[in-house]
Design a protein around this ligand. Structure first.
Ligand SMILES: Cc1cc2nc3c(=O)[nH]c(=O)nc-3n(C[C@H](O)[C@H](O)[C@H](O)COP(=O)(O)O)c2cc1C
Length: 398
C-alpha cells in the first residue's frame, strides 16, 4: 500500500498532508509557520463569507489574505446560495486561490441556521447544486500557464492545456444525525459520489456527524465507507484527531484515504506535517516527493529543541504583527499560548517543567516587547514551575 501523489486539477501536491481550516486560527501567519517547518501539501484559509468578500469587508479581506509563499492555498467558502457562492469562487480565483473549497461540515448555529455548513448534508440536491454551479463558474475563468506557475510556486510548471480552471473541493462530515450513521444511513458516501459526478476533484471527510460536534473519537469506519463509495474516482482526504504522526498512518490504513488533513494537532505542533510525512515515508506509505520543489527530504527529522519551539512562537507573533498589526498579534498570542505550550518544557531527564508562569507572563504582557521578554525569560530558564497540570485544548471545539 502506497499513497499516490495527490493531484487536484493541475496541481500536484508536494505531500499528501493538508492543513485544515480552523476559524480564528489558521491565518496567513500560522499557515506560513507550518509551511516553513515543511510537509504541508496544501493549506486552507478559514471559512470565508462570499458576501463579505464581495462587499470587501475588512474582516473577510484579512481572512482571505495570502501571498506567494502561501501556495498552494485553498480558499474555503460557506453559504447556501449557489449564485453568491459562485461569485465568491470567482473572487477567490481573482485573489490567488489555487483551490476553492466548499464548507459542508461546519456545525455552528450561525452557519447552519442560514442553511450553510453541515446543514447542506440534509439537502443533498442543494449541496450538489452549489458545487455544480461553482464548477461551471470556475470553468468560465480558467488560468493561463503563467498564472498557474505563479500560483503553484513552480516556475517550471507546464500544464497539459493552455488554460485550466481552478479546481473545486468540498469538506464534509459523515451526516447530520448520529442515529443515521449508526443505522448505516449516512449520506456522505452518496454525497461524495454525486460531488465527483459534477466535477469536484476531492472531498475531505471529517469523521464525525454534525451531532457529534467534536466529541468522541473520529469514526474511521465512516471515512472508509466514503472511500469505498467513490471507488478511486476522486481522492478522499481523511480528517479528525491526528495529533501524532502514527495517527495519520492509522487513519490511512484503516480507511484507505488518499491523504490526511490535520487541524488542532497543528496548533500545538506546527512541525507535525514534517514529522508525519517523514513517518509515512518511513512506513512505506508516502511516496518520495523529490521531484517537487517543496519536497521534504529528511526521513528522520530531529525533534525540535525548546529554542526552536520558542523561535516558532516568535516567528508566528512577528508575522501576525506584520500582516495584521500589534493588536491582532497580542490577542492571538494570548489565546494560542496554551496550544504552543503543549509541546514545551520536556526536560532531557524525562521530567516536565510546569508552564503556568510562562503562560501567565504571555497573557499578562501588554506590549510586543513584553511578549518577547517573556519568551526570553523562558529560554533563560525562568518562568518554569515544578509541575503543571495540562488543561484540555484551550479553544472551544465549536
Ligand atoms: C475552533 C474550530 C474552528 C474550525 N473552523 C473550521 C472552518 O472554518 N472550516 C472547516 O471546514 N472546518 C473548521 N473546523 C473543523 C476542522 O477543520 C477539522 O475538521 C476538525 O477540527 C477535526 O480535525 P482535527 O481533529 O485535526 O482538528 C474547525 C474546528 C475548530 C475546533
Amino acid at each position: 500500500m502506497q499513497l499516490s501523489p495527490l493531484q487536484l486539477g493541475p496541481v500536484r501536491l508536494a505531500t499528501n498532508l493538508l492543513l485544515a481550516p480552523i476559524a480564528g486560527y489558521c491565518d496567513l501567519a500560522f499557515r506560513t509557520v507550518c509551511r516553513e517547518w515543511g510537509g504541508v501539501g496544501l493549506a486552507c484559509t478559514d471559512l470565508l463569507s462570499p458576501q463579505g468578500l464581495l462587499r470587501g469587508t475588512a474582516t473577510s479581506l484579512d481572512l482571505a489574505r495570502t501571498n506567494d509563499f502561501d501556495k498552494p492555498v485553498g480558499m474555503q467558502l460557506y453559504g447556501s446560495d449557489p449564485d453568491i457562492m459562485a461569485e465568491g469562487a470567482r473572487w477567490a480565483v481573482e485573489h490567488g486561490a489555487t483551490v476553492v473549497d466548499i464548507n459542508m461540515g461546519c456545525p455552528v448555529d450561525k452557519v447552519t441556521k442560514k442553511d450553510g455548513g453541515s446543514k447542506l448534508l440534509t439537502d443533498l440536491s442543494r449541496a450538489v447544486g452549489i458545487a455544480e454551479r461553482i464548477v461551471r463558474e470556475l470553468e468560465k475563468c480558467p488560468l493561463s500557464a503563467d498564472d498557474w506557475a505563479r500560483r503553484i510556486g513552480d516556475p517550471a510548471f507546464t500544464p497539459q492545456s493552455p488554460r485550466i480552471p481552478v479546481p473545486l473541493t468540498c469538506k464534509i462530515r459523515l451526516c447530520w444525525h448520529t442515529a443515521d450513521f449508526e443505522a448505516g444511513r449516512a449520506c456522505s458516501p452518496r454525497l461524495a459520489r454525486m460531488l465527483a459526478e459534477v466535477g469536484v476533484v476531492a472531498v475531505t471527510v471529517h469523521g464525525r456527524t454534525t451531532e457529534d460536534k467534536f466529541a468522541g473519537t473520529v469514526r474511521h469506519d465512516g471515512i472508509a465507507r466514503v472511500v469505498e463509495a467513490v471507488d478511486g474516482c476522486i481522492p478522499i482526504i481523511g480528517n479528525g484527531d491526528v495529533r501524532e504522526p502514527a495517527d495519520a498512518e492509522a487513519m490511512i490504513r484503516a480507511t484507505g484515504c488518499s491523504g490526511v488533513m490535520i487541524g488542532r494537532g497543528a496548533l500545538s505542533t506546527p512541525w507535525l506535517f514534517r514529522d508525519t510525512w517523514a513517518h509515512l515515508r518511513r512506513a512505506g506509505l508516502g511516496s518520495p516527493s523529490s521531484e517537487h520543489p517543496d519536497a521534504v527530504e529528511t526521513l528522520s527529522p530531529l525533534p525540535p529543541t525548546d529554542e526552536q519551539k520558542i523561535a516558532t512562537i516568535r516567528r508566528y507573533f512577528e508575522l501576525a504583527r506584520e500582516y495584521r498589526g500589534d493588536h491582532y498579534a497580542m490577542t492571538q498570542i494570548t489565546r494560542r499560548v496554551s496550544w504552543f505550550s503543549k509541546r514545551l518544557g520536556f526536560n532531557p531527564d524525562g521530567t516536565r517543567s510546569g508552564l503556568k508562569p510562562f503562560k501567565e507572563a504571555i497573557r499578562l504582557a501588554r506590549s510586543p516587547v513584553e511578549v518577547h521578554t517573556a519568551l526570553n525569560r523562558y529560554l533563560a530558564g525562568e518562568l518554569r514551575a515544578g509541575c503543571d497540570v495540562q488543561t484540555e485544548d484551550a479553544i472551544p471545539a465549536s
